[in-house]
Design a protein around this ligand. Sequence first.
Ligand SMILES: [Zn+2]
Length: 75
Amino acid sequence: MKCPYCEREMRKGYFIDREAPIQWIPEGSKPGLFKGSLAEGAVQLGGGSFWKNYSATAWYCPACKIVTVPVETDS
Ligand SMILES: [Zn+2]
């Protein structure tokens, strides 16, 4: 994936969590109440389950010091 800012090649990696889906939470919303749950209005990133680690592919640009996380729909 190319960096949206400098257009250099980004490094592939991932976010991981053992208890809840990787999620973007709108400002003002609180995290979900239960392990494995989503916050109100959250956008889930990546896949996984309670029994397997939750993970989401993320791309890092060392030049711009940013990480982008595409919202995956097929996992
Ligand atoms: Zn960049």
